[in-house]
Design a protein around this ligand. Structure first.
Ligand code: FES
Ligand code: FES
Length: 390
């Protein structure tokens, strides 16, 4: 069988290996690298036993192809032996009886480590929600929650709470000074002037970057009329419903179907537009009550004339951060595939509206990725990895 050569950093040491396309990361770690601290339970991404750190994020190694981890920075439970924060967590899990058989414990500790660093002010309810992607057959969870709360109550020094480096994702720290001092004064979606370009909140400052460009079959002028009319624009976004507008703030929800999981992100966004530059921004937060996951995001967009007549180019730069149980399914490649689906449907709908055609409601159904779509994403990721081979 054809194999793929991967180079990655595993527990702070460089590793090169030839892997079969179908080998998942958990098997690679256990069978190839003999790192058996990573446990395998369901092998379907549900139980969290196989959680390891990939590029600083807790991730399910049983649904991550090893071939897709080229250039990744991976930490398994074995690499935390001398880590002072993990030492506190291990000690707290023992004292609070946060484990019995210990099968779920490596995954629980990986997730707990992320919680303590990422949400240092988490209360018990938040800790439960953050841990809800890790299943345990023995403890009833109370001990694990108490252990994390105990470590947080010790006020670990700031040096131990620094977010882990995300080596493969481009992170932007703030809105560029150029944008903030732009001479074209932004106005809100409802036509009211706003004081300044809204700053990217901390929640997404170290989020995942996503940039896209789509061509729309209509002139910039007719597309812009839709972009600045938020109620009309929302009808062009598949799965989106506008609840209401107050000033520059829009409320509503977006539904996304991810295989068997259907998420309804209920939330609000602050939207500004600048007619002078045909650009704008949106910063918002949505919560999916069913999976108790949260999506924070910021988006900047610019509309310009395309090379061909009567066509426009719409460029997006987004930063997002998905937290909670869905984050462990929502790998950046999957989120990017959903974004592509939404953008493609949205540009078709905008083009139809801009040219005076009605948008068929069927075209605005929630974007869905089924099992075949997942498989396709995995295959595309694999070939992208092969393409990057020296
Ligand atoms: S083994 Fe259950 S999520 Fe990976
Ligand atoms: S301690 Fe046994 S499964 Fe969690």
């Amino acid at each position: 069988m054809t194999t793929a050569k991967i180079s990655l950093t595993l527990n702070d040491r460089p590793v090169e290996a030839d892997v079969e396309p179908r080998t998942h990361l958990a098997d690679f770690l256990r069978e190839d690298q003999l790192l058996t601290g990573t446990h395998v339970g369901c092998e379907q991404g549900v139980c969290g036993a196989c959680t390891v750190m990939i590029d600083g994020r807790p991730s399910r190694s049983c649904i991550t192809l090893a071939a897709a981890c080229d250039s990744a920075d991976i930490r398994t439970i074995e690499s935390f032996d001398d880590d002072p924060l993990m030492a506190r967590l291990r000690d707290a899990f023992s004292r609070h009886h946060g484990l019995q058989c210990g099968y779920c414990t490596p995954g629980m500790l990986a997730t707990s480590y992320d919680i303590v660093r990422r949400v240092p002010d988490a209360d018990n309810d938040r800790i439960r929600r953050e841990l809800s992607g890790n299943l345990c057959r023995c403890t009833g969870y109370a001990g694990a929650v108490a252990a994390v709360a105990d470590v947080l109550s010790q006020n670990p020094p700031a040096a131990l709470l620094q977010p882990m480096p995300r080596t493969r994702q481009t992170a932007r720290s703030a809105t560029s000074p150029e944008a903030a001092s732009s001479s074209s004064e932004p106005i809100s979606a409802s036509g009211q002037h706003t004081a300044s370009v809204t700053q990217i909140p901390d929640a997404v400052a170290d989020g995942v970057a996503l940039s896209r460009e789509v061509t729309i079959d209509a002139s910039p002028e007719s597309v812009w009329r839709i972009l600045e009319d938020i109620p009309t624009l929302v009808t062009c976004i598949p799965g989106a419903q506008l609840g209401g507008m107050t000033g520059s703030r829009a409320t509503g929800y977006v539904t996304v179907a991810l295989g068997p999981i259907r998420s309804n992100f209920d939330g609000a966004a602050d939207i500004t537009t600048s007619p002078a530059t045909k650009s704008g921004s949106a910063i918002g937060r949505g919560i999916d009550k069913l999976t108790r996951s949260a999506l924070d995001g910021s988006l900047e967009f610019t509309l310009s004339e395309a090379a061909a007549p009567d066509k426009s180019t719409l460029k997006f730069d987004a930063l997002y951060r998905l937290t909670g149980p869905l984050a462990q399914f929502g790998r950046p490649t999957v989120v990017a595939a959903i974004a592509d689906k939404i953008l493609s449907d949205m540009s078709d709908a905008i083009s139809a509206k801009a040219n005076g055609r009605d948008v068929d409601p069927v075209d605005t159904k929630p974007p869905a990725l089924n099992g075949f779509a997942f498989a396709w994403i995995a295959i595309k990721g694999l070939f992208a990895g092969l393409w990057r081979r020296p």
